[in-house]
Write a protein that binds this ligand. Sequence first.
Ligand code: EPU
Length: 303
Amino acid sequence: MPLSVPDPAWASEYAAERGISLRELTTVHVGGVARWLVRPRDALATAYLLRDLARCETGWRVLGGGSNLLVADGEVGPVVVHMSALQTVEAVGDEVIFGAGVALQRAVNQSTDEGLAGAEVLTGIPGQMGGALAMNAGGRYGAMADVVRWAEVALPSGELARISAADLRFGYRSTFLPEGAAVTRVAWRLKPTEDRSALKRRAGGILKEKNAAQPTQAWNFGCMFKNPPGQSAGKLIEAAGLKGRQEGMARISPRHGNFIENLGEARALDILTLMELCESGVLLGAGIRLEREVRVWPGLSPA
Ligand code: EPU
């Protein structure tokens, strides 16, 4: 008889689940299962969970909307902390404060519906508030940095800390966050406007542009790579002759070179192979080293 190992104390305290498929929790619809997955119910529960995991030296990965994430096909451990239950939206003075699990598009829609200007530039960006903050998500017309006033994070010490926009040190698709932190809330400052229909027209126009240029109907990550200074990653991948290249059920989009499409049952390694092909093709062709937006869980290497 094999000895059965008892579940760790945090597992029952935080209703951790075993073997949850991560595929459906990513926008590219690829990936295996989480050894343990926990969905903390609020900010304080997140802080206590991180403290308890840190105390028993159990590592964790934080999952938001799963839009810039490539998950390996096997088991991912030790613990995935999924922020989807943090769904609060509060208006306090001139701030709107969102839970980390609120879908970015929902926050954008709600703001434009209420005549609050500034967030419409984020129309059509996938993901949730926490991940969008952590990556300073954005597009041609603006980024999270333009509207964020502060963020609250849960720390491995078990505390919640508020970090001002200045201390978040936003860069192009980057934010400074303390080691091991999970974003729990994000505060936006928006401008009240009388002309709601102008806001909606602007948001509609941005969405139309995206639908024309990007494969928005296919499962994808959004952009795979950051744009190198003064260059377009999509254009460089196209110039390397890689648009439309397929590996298994994964394909570099024929519409936009910086997108990978999952045509159905793509494996993580198919996607990784295509990403590396883009990196080597652009390095050889243009002498430019592409930098990834997509993060890979855990370290995957092509077969
Ligand atoms: N282009 C090509 N071939 C391609 C793709 C693009 O020649 O395969 C050309 C386009 O014709 C255009 C230029 O490259 O002249 C730039 O392309 P595009 O306007 O599509 O924008 P992008 O720079 O590729 C950026 C953001 C997107 C965002 C769009 C629109 C990055 C890495 N990309 O894309 O953000 O949606 O602008 O606002 O910052 C993301 O970050 O996940 C993302 C999708």
